[in-house]
Structures are given as structure tokens and as C-alpha cells.
Design a protein around this ligand. Structure first.
Ligand SMILES: [Zn+2]
Length: 394
């Protein structure tokens, strides 16, 4: 199915595109709910510098200068032209970045372009989704387990064949059990071996806003008055890779009168890292409540937080930001819902890569840096992230 990871809440043309893609995927879509509004994940502008506590993995330029970008990679991100050659160069650098981090032997097909997006929106990613079952996901994740974090994630998954949620459908939070279906982006499914790795079907369409001025080259920092295009492209690709939450669909349709079961197909792999003390107390495998309560990032199935209050909680019922992102302006990683202000780099952190690792992407071990030394390099080369840190909560 096609869920929209971008800016517009309900786009008829996108919904029709979804039908096309559903047919192409040749899987069952009986669950599609008449009247259900799909969501689009936005990457918004911000005037707030984010205090970085997520350890920087590396800015793209630093990766190159450190020589840690491996020359050969099995992951291939196929990009169409945006129609702007400078943007194409920048987008390729963003693709190279993820290719340098992950080794999954797949081809990810990305359609790129520019459009006049809504004010305040820098970019959007419209991912094609793959419907599956909890059992299939768990088997695939287990077979794909490579890192220590993968092992923790797999060990923490419920035995199955069903999983459970804490959900506040109808207003009050309650435990919903016996859920067998879920979904993930097609790219995520490729990384897990659930979709043919060389399929040429579009996996994600990424659109950048033509309203803004971008700096397409990170290697000399980001010029004043310009947004960091490469960082924004890395963010949008991250959504395509599976950094999304089904809570956005629930949140957007909260008042629609849909049953708990009608939302069953929309939990993502990433949602299994979304929890709270309340969901743990209820015995739920995830916190799917759409409200302003804090949601933690944990990978052990027991809600031992790696980051407390890690997640945005929803545009409609939550904190005003889409749940498919880290908490806004908390400096957790590049999957923050708002980009760094003009003149600043957006930096991938070890938390960004950890989240993608545990949902099925395979880290290239040798590029995992020693954070302290790399951070020093970052400081020396750019002097941006540390020098400009300031209290940033809005
Ligand atoms: Zn986003």
C-alpha cells in the first residue's frame, strides 16, 4: 500500500496512486478502510538549533574526509533526476551516505523531484508499503539478525503469532491483543528479504520544496541563508527505509469512528521500539496511544528506555508533530521532525542508525565510529554542532 510520508494529510491523487501500487504488489488489501485518511510525513523548517545529545555518526563530508566510506557497497539506492543537476549531485551524496552505513544487498528505487510544497515544508517522502504478518516479520527479522542490537530486538519480540498494543481508540487507553497483521515500507521489506531485492517497482517518491534555497554541498559547511539539502535528503531516505510509525494514521483518523481492528495493518517494525511505562504495565508490545504522553525508545521488548520521551506523538492528538519522528528539537537525530535552521548541518546520530539497524538494516561494522574521536573531528572540521548548542525546547 502507499502511505504518504510527506506533507499533505489527504491527497486524492496519492490515494489513487496507492491503488495502482497495491495491484502491482499483488498482495491482499482487503483491510483498506473506506474513508481512512492516510498521512504524509513532513520535514519542517525550524528556527531552533537543536542540542545534540545523540552521538554524531558523521556528517557526510566528514565520512568522506575520514576515509571511512567504503568503496564497495551492496546497497544500491537508485535515484531518478530531480530536474536540477546540483540537487541530483546532492541527492547522490545522501544516497552514498546510507550506502556507506548499511550493507543490505538490495536495490532501493527512489523517484525524486521538486514541487511547491506547503509553506514550512522542506521535503516529503511518499513510501510504498508492504503488508505482512507479525509472524513473517519476526521470522525475517530473526533470520536477518546480525548486530548485538538486532539480537536484543529479536529476543524481545513476543512469541506470536500475534502482538498487542496499548491504544486509546475511542478516548481511553486500553490493551488490544491478538493482532496478527502489520506493515512496513517496501524498502524495509527488501532489507528483510520479504520483497525481491532487485524489484524495479518504485519504493519511495521524495519531493523537495521549490520554495527554499538549498546548499547542495556539505563539504564546506552550509552557507548562511541556505538549508542543508543533503541532510534533508538523508532524512527523507530514512523514512523510505522504514523510519515511520502507524500511529500517524491512527492519530489522523482518531475521530473517524474506526474500530481497533481496522488499524491492525498499520503498525510498523519501528513501532515495536515505541513504548511507555503505561504500555509496559499493560503488557503491550507497543504504545500506540495518540496523546501527549511521553513515548520511549526501547529495543528490548521490556521498555528499558534507550531514550526517554523519544518520539513525537502526533499532529492531531499529540504534540503537534508526526509520530514518525523523534521528539522535536530534542537533538536525538536527523529523524527529528524539523530540520536545522539555515546555515546548519543536519547530523545523523548513532540513534538514527540504531533504529534502522533493529528494524532490519545491516550496519557496516567498520564504519561504526568511536563516537568521541569522531565527535572531535566534527568539532574540528565544522565547529558547528557544539559551538551553537543552546537551550532549544520550544
Ligand atoms: Zn520526516
Amino acid at each position: 500500500m502507499m502511505l504518504i510520508c510527506s506533507l499533505i494529510m489527504d491527497v486524492p491523487s496519492e490515494l489513487s496512486k496507492k491503488s495502482i501500487r497495491l495491484a502491482t504488489l499483488n498482495i491482499s488489501f482487503q483491510h483498506l478502510i473506506k474513508g481512512l485518511v492516510m498521512y504524509t510525513t513532513t520535514y519542517n523548517v525550524s528556527t531552533v538549533n537543536q542540542f545534540k545529545f545523540g552521538k554524531s555518526l558523521c556528517a557526510l563530508a566528514v565520512c568522506i574526509s575520514l576515509g571511512v566510506m567504503a568503496p564497495a557497497h551492496a546497497l544500491l539506492i537508485n535515484l531518478t533526476s530531480t530536474g536540477n543537476s546540483n540537487a541530483d549531485t546532492g541527492f547522490q551524496l545522501a544516497a552514498n551516505f546510507w550506502q556507506s552505513i548499511f550493507t543490505d544487498n538490495i536495490i532501493m528505487n527512489v523517484t525524486a523531484g521538486f514541487a511547491e510544497l506547503a509553506p514550512g515544508i522542506l521535503g516529503e517522502a511518499n513510501s510504498t508499503y508492504f503488508d505482512t504478518t507479525y509472524s513473517a516479520m519476526k521470522t525475517a527479522l530473526s533470520n536477518d539478525s546480525k548486530s548485538a542490537d538486532d539480537a536484543v530486538m529479536v529476543a524481545g519480540l513476543s512469541a506470536g503469532p500475534t502482538y498487542s498494543k496499548l491504544i486509546n481508540n475511542g478516548g481511553s487507553a486500553h490493551l488490544q491483543t491478538g493482532i496478527s497483521t502489520m506493515n512496513m515500507t517496501r524498502s524495509n521489506a527488501k532489507a528483510l528479504g520479504l520483497v525481491a531485492s532487485s524489484s524495479t517497482v518504485e519504493d519511495v517518491a521524495i519531493t523537495f520544496s521549490s520554495r527554499f534555497s538549498f546548499d547542495f554541498d556539505q563539504t564546506d559547511g552550509i552557507s548562511a541563508g541556505f538549508y542543508d539539502f543533503v541532510g534533508i535528503a538523508i532524512h527523507e531516505l530514512g523514512h523510505g527505509m522504514g523510519f515511520t510509525s502507524g500511529v500517524d494514521i491512527f492519530d489522523l483518523n482518531f475521530s473517524g469512528g474506526f474500530s481497533d481492528a481496522q488499524y491492525n495493518p498499520f503498525a510498523t517494525v519501528l513501532d515495536f521500539t515505541r513504548c511507555s511505562a503505561a504500555s509496559k504495565a499493560a503488557g503491550a508490545d507497543m504504545d500506540w496511544t495518540a496523546n501527549n504522553n511521553a513515548k520511549d525508545f526501547a529495543i528490548d521488548g521490556n521498555c528499558t528506555p534507550l531514550v526517554s520521551n523519544a518520539w513525537s506523538t502526533g499532529v492531531s492528538q499529540g504534540d503537534g508533530r508526526q509520530a514518525s519522528h523523534w521528539k522535536d528539537n530534542a537533538g536525538i537525530g536527523i529523524m527529528d521532525p524539523t530540520a536545522e535552521p539555515k546555515g546548519n548541518l543536519n547530523v545523523v546520530t548513532l540513534l538514527d542508525t540504531q533504529a534502522l539497524d533493529v528494524i532490519g538494516w545491516d550496519l557496516r561494522a567498520q564504519v561504526v565510529p568511536e563516537p568521541n574521536s569522531l565527535l572531535l573531528m566534527l568539532m574540528g572540521l565544522f565547529g558547528i554542532h557544539v559551538a551553537r548548542r543552546r537551550p532549544s525546547i520550544v
